[in-house]
Design a protein. Structure first.
Length: 302
């Protein structure tokens, strides 16, 4: 914040408080004893408006609020750059709360830190702890049920962009991921985009609408431009994070229009690194929870 805006905020705040004090001072008059109360001269529907002074209890409550505001602004931030004599800030308070929570719960996390992810699948308490951390940290993108949404992966199925082994899941959480699908609109013509979209749809395991006459042309376009990432078999490449194009899972939508839009305009996905946010012990438990989701699905399918 610049000095100008700091002074501006301080001036506006002080003027408002002073204005409230002045308002109270000039309206503090008492009703003279033994005298008839005057009216303001306003009459509506036969009812006269009396010029009564403000109730004393109301005035004292107002005084208390003003005193409270002055004390607050001295102790806490509120006057421009002045941080208050206590030096409080929300970031410091957050850091203190995190430190207190770590001192309380870190021994519990460390209890499971040396156990393998697969071994933790038999530890219900560890899975619940991982679920709680997931609910606080990951639900914003992947949802409370971890099923994701358009553009955010479903973590309960067995389709993984970068691999579904415990080690691969942990690497994704710890270091994050940056997925890039380049825009092909400046490279491929509209006809070529239509044809490659038809070819992909024709190879999918789920029935998809496509133009048969464009499939052959689309295969040639695909082999020339797309196979390097998605493979000749269209099954993707987890080393690159290139999705499988023949299964029923579509991160950005499966309709012909959405598929063409992805090809035409590309996509950029970012999974932030959580190593510094959570720490290795918490990441270990979150990994165990995420890994358990697909394992439980496999058991349910069987």
């Amino acid at each position: 914040m610049s000095n100008f805006w700091s002074i501006y905020i301080i001036a506006i705040t002080v003027i408002n408080i002073a204005g409230c004090v002045a308002l109270l001072y000039f309206t503090r008059k008492k009703k003279p004893s033994g005298q008839e109360t005057k009216t303001t001269g306003h009459i509506y529907d036969g009812i006269e408006e009396y010029d009564n002074p403000l109730p004393r209890w109301w005035l004292w409550l107002f005084y208390i609020t003003i005193i409270f505001s002055v004390v607050y602004l001295i102790l806490y931030p509120g006057l421009g750059k002045f941080q208050g004599v206590l030096g409080w800030s929300q970031s410091n308070q957050y850091a203190q709360e995190v430190k207190a929570a770590d001192e309380k719960y870190l021994p519990l996390y460390e209890k499971y830190a040396d156990m393998s992810i697969k071994a933790l699948q038999n530890q219900p308490e560890a899975i619940k702890m991982g679920q709680a951390i997931f609910a606080n940290t990951c639900f914003g993108c992947h949802g409370a049920d971890a099923r994701g949404s358009l553009g955010f992966p479903n973590l309960t199925d067995d389709d993984w962009l970068y691999g579904g082994s415990p080690e691969q899941i942990k690497a994704s959480i710890m270091k994050g991921r940056n997925g890039v699908m380049i825009a092909w609109s400046s490279i491929l013509s509209a006809q070529e985009i239509d044809s490659v979209s038809s070819y992909i749809s024709s190879k999918n395991e789920q029935p998809r609408a496509f133009v048969k006459e464009l499939v052959a042309e689309g295969e040639a376009v695909y082999n020339k431009n797309c196979a390097a990432c998605h493979g000749q078999s269209l099954k993707g490449n987890q080393a690159l994070g290139a999705p499988n194009l023949v299964d029923s899972v579509w991160l950005h939508g499966a309709s012909p229009g959405l598929v063409k839009d992805v090809i035409r305009n590309g996509r950029m996905n970012h999974m932030p690194a959580h190593e510094d946010i959570l720490g290795p012990e918490k990441v270990h438990l979150v990994t165990a929870y995420v890994y358990s989701l697909s394992q439980n699905k496999d058991k349910a399918d069987n």
